[in-house]
Write a new protein. Structure first.
Length: 108
């Protein structure tokens, strides 16, 4: 574990075995939501920032990977889950506001 120099090596040595996966490839394949996006039948918002340090943009789903019920948004920035904006320490209101807008406006 101490020799891991990237996320793949860490997941291969730590995350995957702890959670019962054969390795990083098995973990990344079976734990991904991407294969399920084509079968979603209810209106769903999927937000993946393109600058997520843990998930390179080349691995993000595209329009061919989703059902018509999925609204896919991939802003240029947002990082990993945070969508922090503003000066340090930043604020975390972008994602909650986007979710509220989706549920209150986009679905009507």
């Amino acid at each position: 574990m101490l020799q891991a120099i990237n996320l793949y090596q860490f997941d291969d040595a730590v995350t995957a075995p702890i959670h019962g996966f054969a390795g990083a490839d098995d973990y990344w394949q079976r734990a991904s939501a991407k294969p399920w996006l084509k079968s979603i039948a209810v209106p769903t918002l999927a937000v993946n920032p393109k600058n997520d340090p843990f998930l390179p943009a080349s691995y993000l789903p595209g329009t061919a990977d989703i059902s018509p019920s999925v609204r896919l948004e991939q802003p240029a920035s947002g990082g990993h889950v945070g969508f922090v904006s503003g000066n340090f320490p930043g604020n975390l209101d972008w994602l909650p506001q986007r979710l509220l807008h989706f549920f209150l406006s986009d679905l009507s």
